[in-house]
Design a protein around this ligand. Structure first.
Ligand SMILES: Nc1nc2c(c(=O)[nH]1)N[C@H]1C(S)=C(S)[C@@H](COP(=O)(O)OP(=O)(O)OC[C@H]3O[C@@H](n4cnc5c(=O)[nH]c(N)nc54)[C@H](O)[C@@H]3O)O[C@H]1N2
Ligand SMILES: Nc1nc2c(c(=O)[nH]1)N[C@H]1C(S)=C(S)[C@@H](COP(=O)(O)OP(=O)(O)OC[C@H]3O[C@@H](n4cnc5c(=O)[nH]c(N)nc54)[C@H](O)[C@@H]3O)O[C@H]1N2
Ligand code: SF4
Ligand SMILES: [Mo]
Length: 693
């Protein structure tokens, strides 16, 4: 890591033709690093962490420190392409931008004339940027009257669970974890997916803090914590309720805090008293003594903090699980200390003006249906009906790779393969999804466009300036939607707004844009101990153990253990629970095509415990296995390892199907069922069987 001085000599950003351009990491990662790109003769030669940014500290993960490899990848899409072969074959011919955009506009116009809801935008967090995400795109689809998209595929269950308990996606300020004395790292492999938080946890550890990891997998994070609670997937609420049982029994409660700042304690108390550690032990697959000692730690060590992550809410009861865990800090008054409480997401602190960016007013009174991105497989195959509305006739995909990442790929693939579906994909690479496009439009990478970011793991807005000119004929998403709008004859001035201006629009005057331009980042208002004296942003102003809003939706007002759709032991044919958490060197399906990173990951891998392997005649490490259930089958290498607990197999990473072993990936097996709260996916609620291939 170089010193500040050599990167920003005397405040200038250029020495002898070498420029240093400040940016933001675009990826769906809580860390939202501030970047500095070194540019020589118009070529980006290096991407580094900004050493001035306190959270980034000049350090990037392996993936993004190789960002130039991605930007100048020999397989970058460089010009628009039109399909020539059958869908999915990946056979395309080069066309001009004008030809592509004119034809797309004409096709969309014809469909919209019948019913604009037959057109569906499909996008997620390929970039987390507010501008290249849902700004011009939002305006375009609102004006068109297209179906709305419920963007639920990652964090909705936990996000809504949190909102129904604490009131918003807010929590501890991340830097205070360095001063905690107890940290529960819950459903998070921080070393792989929240690296800069791990640095703070290490700092706390050096000062004597105890670290406990709660995760079905023995991750690289779990093995570096003092203790590991290796529970069965989807049993976190049971664990949290049994912890409450012990807090009550031993009177490790902050009665004054509970009295003044919480709602629904008598009812929650009654429920928790039914969750003895023995009962939870049977559900969680964890010894009762382990649960007792965890509760003792939580009840007696101060300050105590929880870093919760989304890994634990990709199961049927994901929303309830987050609700149950989010009650724990209030029960012990952990919030009183800035280094106590919890953090799942800080994104609710960012004062983004989404209405100004996305202009829902352009709907002009129309109320299109909403498609849940999790069930795109079923929905593409659905016939028109009064409940569903028109058949989906067109999909416009950007910032996402649904054929790889959406659950139950056999259905998703069948949907994308429909010859009567018109599909446009804006992409940097020819992904599994792009193979099914009628048109592929080449997109810029973060080094080539403007953007501005929120973070869900810290509290700074980060600005991204373009460092180089677009590679080939690539265009920012915004420019594509601007030009489509022009061809559709949309005359509102908002369709002419440029990208730098959109960066300003994102925060209006709530963030100092000049500071962003100069420094690259700027803090949002974030109190040090947000709930030390209550003041939760819920309707009652209290931490809502009981949620009236949920009860009014006909749901349980109190958190409870909601069993998996596919609980372990419920099927004799499929006795193993499969989870598919991130691979360290990929980011969802991004980077799978970056050779140097794929080489580190090797091949698609399934971790299996020695006892489960032996029972199936899987003896040699790295032998090929068949993983299957009624939805499909997947081939990968087996790794016999105690990273997997008995009864649970870990399939790492969302590989590109075409770069896997047999043209499929792990989502061949996952289901389109939804979570209890938030309509989210249940990727980690999936039973399978494994056999040697
Ligand atoms: N390197 C890398 N970083 C990433 C990503 C990536 O793909 N690669 N993905 C990014 C994305 S999209 C997100 S949403 C964020 C957050 O990403 P998350 O998906 O939350 O990722 P992790 O922090 O790795 O946490 C997942 C952990 O939860 C564990 N887990 C699975 N089921 C359960 C359960 O039922 N209970 C509990 N307690 N734990 C469970 C898994 O074993 C895993 O270790 O990270 C981002 N960062
Ligand atoms: N089995 C299983 N499935 C999962 C998960 C899991 O843990 N297990 N994790 C889930 C989670 S948490 C998430 S968030 C989703 C993620 O799913 P997605 O959001 O679809 O994420 P990626 O797979 O990274 O694909 C993003 C795509 O956007 C493209 N892209 C990046 N920047 C731009 C841009 O500026 N313009 C355009 N046009 N394209 C761009 C990238 O090249 C990439 O192909 O996957 C989910 N799927
Ligand atoms: S992926 Fe995460 S850790 Fe890596 S550079 Fe981006 S924000 Fe930082
Ligand atoms: Mo995610």
């Amino acid at each position: 890591m170089s010193s500040t001085v050599s990167i920003f000599p005397s405040g200038k950003e250029s020495i002898k033709g070498t420029q240093f351009v400040r940016g933001a990491c675009p990826h769906d990662c809580p860390d939202t690093c501030a970047l500095v790109t070194t540019v020589q003769d118009g070529v980006a030669v290096e991407v580094r962490g900004n050493p001035e940014h306190k959270f980034t500290q000049g350090v990037l993960c392996t993936k993004v420190s190789r960002y130039t490899e991605r930007t100048y990848h020999p397989e970058r899409l460089l010009h628009p392409m039109r399909r020539r072969g059958p869908k999915g074959a990946g056979d395309f011919e080069r066309v001009s931008w004008d030809e592509a955009l004119s034809d797309i506009a004409q096709r969309l116009r014809a469909i919209a004339a019948r019913d604009p809801q037959a057109i569906v935008p499909y996008s997620y967090c390929g970039t987390m940027g507010l501008v290249q995400g849902e700004s011009m795109a939002g305006r375009f689809f609102h004006k068109l009257g297209a179906s709305l998209l419920d963007r639920t595929i990652c964090s909705n269950a936990g996000g809504e669970g949190l909102v129904h308990t604490l009131g918003a996606k807010v929590g501890m300020k991340v830097e205070f974890f360095a001063r905690s004395r107890l940290i529960l790292i819950w459903g998070s492999n921080s070393i792989a997916s929240n690296l800069h938080f791990w640095r703070l946890a290490q700092e706390a550890k050096r000062c004597g803090a105890k670290l406990v990891c709660i995760d079905p997998r023995r991750t690289e994070t779990a093995e570096k914590c003092h203790e590991h609670v290796q529970l069965l997937p989807g049993t976190d609420a049971a664990l949290a309720l049994a912890m409450m049982h012990e807090l009550i029994g031993n009177d490790w409660l902050d009665h004054e805090y509970i009295e003044q700042h919480t709602l629904g304690w008598p009812a929650l108390r009654e429920r928790a008293l039914r969750w003895t550690p023995e009962r939870a032990s049977a559900v969680c697959g964890v010894p009762a003594a382990r649960i007792r000692s965890l509760a003792r730690d939580w009840g007696t060590i101060r300050p105590a903090a929880i870093r919760l992550n989304y890994g634990m809410q990709r199961v049927h009861g994901g929303g309830n699980a987050v609700r149950a865990v989010a009650c724990l800090p209030a029960l012990t008054g952990a919030w009183r200390d800035p280094a106590g409480g919890m953090l799942l997401s800080s994104s609710g602190l960012f004062p983004v003006d989404r209405a100004a960016l996305q202009r829902p007013d352009l709907l002009a009174g129309r109320t299109p249906r909403t498609i849940n991105m999790v069930t795109i497989g079923d929905d593409l195959l659905r016939a028109p009906s009064p409940q569903f509305g028109p058949r989906i006739e067109a999909l416009v995909v950007y910032n996402s790779n649904p054929v790889a990442v959406a659950p139950q790929s056999p259905k998703v693939v069948a949907g994308f393969a429909r010859e009567d579906l018109f599909t446009v994909v804006l992409e940097q690479f020819q992904t599994d999804t792009a193979d099914y496009a009628d048109y592929i439009l080449p997109a810029t990478t973060q080094l080539e466009h403007w953007d501005v970011h929120v973070s869900y793991g810290h509290t700074d807005v980060v600005l991204n300036r373009p460092a180089i000119a677009p590679v080939g004929q690539a265009r920012p998403n915004t420019q594509v939607f601007r030009e489509l709008a022009r061809r559709m004859d949309y005359r509102e001035p908002c369709f002419a707004e440029g990208d730098e201006s959109l960066c300003r629009t994102a925060y209006g005057d709530r963030v100092d844009f000049d500071r962003l331009l100069q420094q690259g980042y700027a803090p949002v208002d974030a109190p040090d101990a947000p709930f030390a004296a209550g003041g939760f942003p819920t309707p009652s102003g209290k931490c809502e153990f009981f949620s009236d809003r949920l009860a009014r939706q006909g749901l349980d007002g109190l958190p409870d253990h909601v069993p998996n759709h596919e609980p372990v032991g419920s099927s004799t044919r499929y006795p193993l629970a499969m989870i598919s958490p991130p691979a360290r060197n990929f980011l969802n399906s991004s980077f799978v095509n970056v050779r140097s990173l794929r080489d580190i990951e090797g091949e698609p891998l399934l971790e299996i415990h020695a006892s489960d392997a032996a029972a199936r005649g899987i003896v040699a490490d790295d032998s090929i296995v068949r993983v299957f259930n009624d939805r499909g089958e997947y081939r990968c290498k087996a790794r016999v390892s105690d990273r997997a607990r008995p009864g649970v197999v870990n399939a790492l990473g969302v590989w590109w199907r075409k770069l896997g072993l047999a043209g499929t990936n792990v989502n061949e097996l996952t289901s389109q069922q939804l979570t209890d709260i938030g309509r989210g996916p249940v990727f980690y609620d999936c039973l399978v069987e494994v056999e040697p291939a």
